[in-house]
Design a protein around this ligand. Structure first.
Ligand code: ZN
Length: 127
């Protein structure tokens, strides 16, 4: 409830009061009702938007929806030499691999390279 100016005597009156306590001005019923309808319409439109958004979500971004439901991952552990690092990383990225771990490891010849672990989502098996 808030205070508004009476259109007749310009004194303060409650926005919800049907009549002015000072001059007896009577609020027309439809005026108050119109306000309710417009708020109701806005709420209805907003909830409609929300419902449409939720329904359309699976089609917009599949990863968002499937992120927590039965996603299967495949992993690859591979050593990558320093001189090929950027090239190899680009290649893995193009194949859909995401690096989740990298460590400095020594190889058989005593040389060091990065041992990396990649993961990517498994493609859905076709029946
Ligand atoms: Zn008044």
């Amino acid at each position: 409830m808030s205070l508004v100016e009476c259109p007749e005597c310009n004194k303060e009156m409650s926005s919800t009061a049907p009549t002015c306590p000072h001059c007896g001005w009577v609020r027309r019923f439809e005026e108050a009702e119109r306000k309710d309808i417009s708020i109701g319409r806005i709420l209805f439109a907003l909830s409609l938007c929300l419902i449409i958004f939720l329904l359309a979500l699976p089609y917009f971004d599949n990863s968002l929806v499937t992120a927590n439901f039965g996603v299967k991952w495949e992993y690859k552990i591979t050593p990558i030499k320093d001189e090929n690092l950027e090239k190899e990383m680009d290649k893995m990225g193009k194949e859909g691999w995401e690096m989740i771990s990298a460590r400095r490891a020594s190889g058989y010849g005593g040389e060091f390279s990065y041992e990396m672990i990649f993961k990517r989502k498994m493609r859905e098996e076709r029946k």
